[in-house]
Design a binder for this molecule. Structure first.
Ligand code: PLP
Length: 451
C-alpha cells in the first residue's frame, strides 16, 4: 500500500484516505506519494484500445490499490468522468488535447469531479462531515462547486478574487446555493490562498474538519495523470515513442500530474511549462534562484496568475529538493535533471494575443488565452529545437473559448460558441456575496459563527 508524506517532512506519513480528507498536511506541506509505481511501455501502449474511464482505472488502481476497493473505484470513475475529451491534429506533428469538455468547461473538471466522489466514498465510511475550503483564480471554484454541489456530507466555501475572474466563472459558483458558499475578495488569488492556508493551520478551526479541493489535495492531482496517458495512447505508434507536452501552467498541478506520469514510465521527451508573465518558474529553472512574484501579475490567462505556485513543493520533492509554503528553498532539487525533462517559457500578453489571432487566421479555429500560452510556448520550442521537429507534441487546451468572450471578440471579431452548460448558467440568479473579507479574522469569524 502506498503511503503519503508531507513535502515539509514535519508530520507522519498517512494513508490515501487521510491525505484526501485532510487536503493539506498539518505542517503546511503537501502530500506526496512515498513510492511511484511504474508501468511497462507495452502496457501503456495498449491503452490505445481502452476508453478514458478504463485508462483512469488502470492508472489510479496502481496508486491507491488496497485503499479503495476496485468496484468502488470503477463506480467513482464512471460517474466522475462522464464527459468527453478530444484530441485534434493541428499540424503534422502537433496536436491539441481538449480538456475543456466537462460540465464547467475547464480541465479542472477532471480533478474536481474524481476528488468529489472519492471524498463522498470515504465520508460514507466515516459518518463524518467536512468543509471544503478552496481558493480559485477562476476555474477551480466553479469546477469544485459544481462537482460537490448537493453532496450531503460536504460544505464548500470558495474564495475568489472579485476583480480577476470573468462573469461566467463567477456565475458557476454564485448561482448554486445549497451547500456551496462563494465569497468574493478584494484581492488576488494569492490572498485567497493565504486565507485558506492560514485557516488550515488555525488550531481554533480544527474541529471543523476543514479540507481542501485545490490542487494541493492529492486526490485532485492524481486524476490529472489520466489525460497524459490517454492522449499519448491515441497518437503513439510504437511502445517506445516519445512525446512532447506543452502545459499551460499556473499553480503547477497540471505539470506535476505529467511529471508523476513520466515517473510511472510514460514516454515523455520534454515537458514545456508554459507560463504567462508570472515567470518565477522559468527564472528558477535558468538561474536556480527562486523568487515568488508578489503580488502576482494580471494577465489575460487569468487562471494562471500565480506568483508562488503551491505545487512547486511537489516538483521539488520529485527531484530530491524541498521548498516550504513561503517559497524558501530548504534543499535544492537536482536542477540538471529538472532541466533535462522540463523547459519553461514565459509568454507575454502581447504574444498571447498575437497567438490567438494567428491561430485563427491560419487554422480558422479559436484558441482561448490559456491554450494560446501553451501553443505559443510550443512554437518557441519548435524554433529552438529544429532537430526534434518530428517528435509529436500535445498541447493542452485547458478551457473553452466561450469562457473569455470579451477578449476573443476584441481580437478576432468573432463570438465563440457558448456550450450548453455555460448557456444555462448565464441567466441564472446569483446569490449575493455573504460577507466582506478584509483580513483573515473576518473569515475565521464567519466560519465560526455562520457555518
Ligand atoms: C487552473 C488553470 C490552469 C493552470 O493549471 P495549474 O494546474 O494550476 O498549473 C490553466 N488553464 C486554466 C484554464 C485553468 O483553469
Amino acid at each position: 500500500m502506498i503511503k503519503f508524506h508531507s513535502t515539509n517532512y514535519g508530520t507522519p506519513d498517512v494513508d490515501f484516505k487521510t491525505a484526501v480528507l485532510r487536503g493539506q498536511a498539518l505542517d503546511k506541506g503537501l502530500y506526496m506519494l512515498n513510492k511511484i509505481p511504474t508501468l511497462d511501455h507495452r502496457k501503456i501502449f495498449s491503452f490505445k484500445d481502452l476508453s478514458l474511464q478504463e485508462i483512469a482505472f488502470e492508472i489510479l488502481i496502481e496508486i491507491i490499490k488496497e485503499q479503495i476497493p476496485e468496484e468502488s473505484l470503477k463506480k467513482i470513475i464512471h460517474r466522475a468522468l462522464n464527459f468527453e475529451i478530444g484530441l485534434e491534429k493541428i499540424e503534422q506533428y502537433d496536436y491539441l488535447c481538449h480538456l475543456s469538455k466537462g460540465p464547467t468547461c475547464s480541465f479542472k473538471d477532471f480533478g474536481a469531479r474524481v476528488l468529489a466522489r472519492i471524498m463522498e466514498y470515504f465520508l460514507s465510511l466515516e459518518e463524518k462531515e467536512i468543509i471544503i475550503l478552496t481558493a480559485t483564480s477562476g476555474d477551480t471554484g466553479g469546477a469544485v462547486a459544481q462537482a460537490m454541489y448537493s453532496m450531503s456530507k460536504i460544505k464548500v466555501i470558495v474564495l475568489y478574487p472579485k476583480e480577476e475572474i470573468s462573469d461566467l466563472q463567477r456565475k458557476q459558483m454564485t448561482t448554486l446555493g445549497k451547500n456551496v458558499i462563494a465569497i468574493g475578495i478584494n484581492g488576488k488569488f494569492d490572498d485567497c490562498q493565504k486565507i485558506i492556508k492560514t485557516a488550515f493551520a488555525d488550531k481554533d478551526l480544527q474541529d471543523y474538519n476543514l479540507s481542501s479541493a485545490n490542487s494541493i489535495n492529492i486526490g485532485r492531482l492524481l486524476p490529472q495523470l489520466i489525460y497524459y496517458f490517454w492522449s499519448y495512447s491515441r497518437i503513439a505508434q510504437n511502445p517506445n515513442e516519445k512525446v512532447i507536452y506543452s502545459v499551460p501552467s499556473g499553480n503547477f498541478g497540471n505539470l506535476t500530474g505529467g511529471l508523476i506520469a513520466s515517473k510511472m514510465e510514460l514516454s515523455v521527451d520534454k515537458f514545456i511549462s508554459a507560463v504567462n508573465e508570472n515567470d518565477e518558474f522559468p527564472k528558477f529553472l535558468s538561474t536556480g534562484i527562486y523568487q515568488p512574484i508578489v503580488p502576482s501579475r494580471n494577465c489575460l490567462s487569468s487562471a494562471m496568475n500565480v506568483g508562488n505556485p503551491s505545487n512547486l513543493a511537489r516538483i521539488f520533492d520529485l527531484y530530491g529538493g524541498q521548498i516550504d509554503e513561503n517559497g524558501n528553498i530548504q534543499r535544492n532539487p537536482d536542477l540538471e535533471k529538472l532541466r533535462s525533462i522540463i523547459t519553461s517559457y514565459s509568454i507575454s500578453d502581447k504574444l498571447t494575443k498575437e497567438t490567438i489571432v494567428g491561430f485563427y487566421n491560419k487554422y480558422e479555429k479559436i484558441i482561448e488565452p490559456h491554450g494560446a500560452v501553451g501553443w505559443a510556448a510550443l512554437q518557441i520550442y519548435r524554433t529552438k529545437n529544429p532537430y526534434q521537429n518530428d517528435i509529436k507534441s500535445i498541447t493542452f487546451e485547458t478551457a473553452d473559448p466561450a469562457k473569455f468572450p470579451d477578449e476573443i471578440i476584441s481580437l478576432i471579431k468573432k463570438k465563440p460558441k457558448l456550450p450548453r452548460t455555460l448557456e444555462i448558467i448565464q441567466n441564472k440568479k446569483e446569490y449575493p456575496n455573504p460577507i466582506e473579507i478584509n483580513k483573515y479574522e473576518d473569515f475565521k469569524l464567519f466560519v465560526q459563527n455562520k457555518i
